[in-house]
Design a protein around this ligand. Structure first.
Ligand SMILES: C[S@@+](CC[C@H](N)C(=O)[O-])C[C@H]1O[C@@H](n2cnc3c(N)ncnc32)[C@H](O)[C@@H]1O
Length: 541
């Protein structure tokens, strides 16, 4: 930073000090209008006396904003305004900005933190600014969320986080609100996380509102999660679950059945390749991350960090046989394939297959057992993802694209096993998709549960006698799990529910703690380290 820039900053800082607000209760006022007027009149003087070139010169002299922060801001905008998925928008923005590994890591942390903790940070911003979050324009809101994450969620020095945020606001948002950003973030930085949590609790109207804000969950999601845990007699686990939702999940890999190596052998293959790389002077060693055959799926590996693609390459299996996949998804697919021995010639259907993670497990199991899989996906684009996903087991899998409620999806056949991995609210994968909890609304439920019921009815009618149906959701919401199952059983007396918990206990690696009275199995992030997958199994009589 040049001396002139530093001087300008210090002068601005002194100005802010003069206007600063005291403490949380004497908040940052949030009077952007007053500040805006002040800033506008100051700018007006500048324009009058110096003209446009001077203003442009001042802009050119401004400190550069760090590229990762700009990338993070752009991704937050993509998510908010274009409904983009952060996990897709982020890599493409990182590529466009040509960030190196370290900066890409910072951009990723900023995006994940600001999205995941949005509910808590918004409440803190409200308390610091003394105004409702909706009254702050969306650009400023996102600058503030990134700033609060740096101040409270990362170890960024407070003055650096504030200065960067003010510059970011000047670059991307309403210039007049730069002072507001400065004031709010300074107020935020004056209290610790514990103090902010105490303030959130003190200001909340109900204990649920306080817990929802502190743990950054929408209140309706918190209630749905509590209901699902209560159904198992485990509502005391709610806070553990909410905390697990806010932890970045460990990367899990699946070693598909039929691979040359078992998961344990794959883990040691990577360790050996790591050692060999360290010995070879021109090979960059895999610095640190290790694989272990851990987690509840018998196919599963856990990666302690680093780039999964490098770990997969280091294992050395043919492409596609080792893949990134949540272990709950692995178990859900295995519940269907291992519920009973496979007879050669069986026909299986994966009705809602996109993007094809579970189809790959079904395909690998089908090859071993002599079965064949039809994979259906309503979206042609996602059907293409399924084709790519099953390349390693393509001999056993045929991919088609139809609405699963239409006869075309079944191709005039009956099936021995059908997987309905239904579209759902996705409330079981909140740790993986940080923006998802803010996207779904309770009003999404009726449409989804109606679609789930129609898909189940269509699938149940296409089972051979004695055939098995697996109903899977990545949501623990009771409307999408037990209530859906009970209604299906009422509508379809030919279906008998099987003990999915017993099946999963047999399939799983180690003890699997599945609670409650129901025959279906609910997995949980805080208990099993998986997404909250729900699995129910039925047999057609
Ligand atoms: C939860 S995802 C399936 C995940 C997949 N089984 C996997 O493991 O990768 C649900 C899928 O159902 C698809 N879908 C939604 N409505 C459908 C319908 N009417 N018929 C068939 N598929 C549908 C969605 O496009 C989405 O790809």
């Amino acid at each position: 930073m040049s001396g002139a820039d530093r001087e300008r900053r210090e002068e601005r800082g002194r100005g802010e000090q003069g206007r600063k607000q005291q403490g949380r209760s004497g908040n940052a006022q949030g009077d952007t209008g007053g500040r805006a007027r002040g800033a506008a009149s100051r700018r007006g003087t500048g324009r009058g006396s110096q003209g446009r070139p001077a203003q442009e010169q001042r802009r050119a002299q401004r400190p550069r904003i760090s590229a990762p922060r700009l990338v993070a801001y752009d991704v937050l905008r993509d998510v908010e305004e274009r409904e983009s998925y952060a996990n897709l928008a982020l890599p493409s923005r990182i590529r466009d900005a040509n960030l190196d590994g370290r900066d890409a890591g910072l951009a990723t942390e900023l995006v994940a933190g600001a999205l995941r903790w949005r509910g808590r940070y918004d409440r803190i911003i409200e308390l610091a600014a003394g105004r409702a979050i909706d009254e702050i324009d969306s650009r400023t809101r996102n600058v503030l969320r990134l700033g609060v994450h740096q101040v409270l969620g990362m170890r960024t020095a407070a003055h650096a986080a504030v200065n960067e945020s003010v510059e970011l606001q000047r670059r991307v948002g309403n210039q007049n609100a730069a002072g507001f950003v400065n004031g709010v973030l300074r107020t935020v930085g004056r209290s610790t996380n514990q103090e902010w949590d105490a303030a959130i609790t003190a200001e909340a109207r109900t204990p649920d509102e306080a817990l929802a804000a502190r743990t950054s969950h929408p209140a309706w999601v918190l209630r749905a999660l509590r209901d699902a845990l209560r159904h198992e007699g485990r509502d005391a686990e709610l806070e553990d679950l909410l905390a697990a939702d806010n932890d970045a999940p460990r990367v899990s890999l699946a070693v598909l059945p039929g691979s040359e190596r078992t998961p344990a052998e794959a883990a040691s293959a990577m360790a050996q390749s790591d050692g060999a790389a360290a010995d070879a002077p021109d090979e960059e060693p895999l610095d640190g991350p290790s694989l272990s055959a851990a987690g509840p799926s018998p196919l599963g590996l856990e990666l302690s960090g680093g780039d999964p693609a490098r770990a997969i390459a280091a294992i050395g299996e043919p492409e596609g046989l080792v893949r990134v996949q949540d272990q709950g998804s692995q178990l859900a697919a295995l519940a269907l394939t291992r519920v009973r021995p496979v007879r050669s010639g069986e026909r299986w259907l994966d009705l809602c297959a996109g993007p094809g993670g579970k189809t790959a497990v079904l395909g690998a199991e089908a090859i071993l057992g002599g079965a064949r899989v039809r994979a259906n996906e309503v979206s042609e684009h996602r059907a293409e993802l399924v084709r790519r996903s099953v390349a390693a087991v393509a001999d056993a899998v045929e991919v088609v694209s139809h609405d699963g409620r239409d006869a075309a999806a079944y191709g005039d056949e009956l099936f021995d096993r059908i997987l309905v991995d239904a579209p759902c609210t996705g409330l079981g994968a909140l740790r993986r998709r940080p923006e998802a909890r803010w996207r779904k609304q309770p009003s999404d439920l009726p449409g989804l549960t109606a679609l789930q019921a129609e898909l189940l009815d269509a699938a149940a009618a296409r089972l051979v006698r004695g055939g098995i149906l697996a109903y899977v959701t990545c949501s623990p919401h009771l409307a999408e799990t037990r209530i859906a199952v009970d209604r299906l059983l009422t509508r379809t007396p030919e279906l008998t529910e099987l003990d999915a918990r017993a099946v999963l206990r047999t399939v799983a690696r180690g003890e699997l703690d599945v609670a409650g009275e129901a025959l279906s199995a609910q997995l949980w992030p805080h208990r099993h380290g998986t997404d909250a997958m729900f699995v129910a199994l039925f047999q057609r009589s």
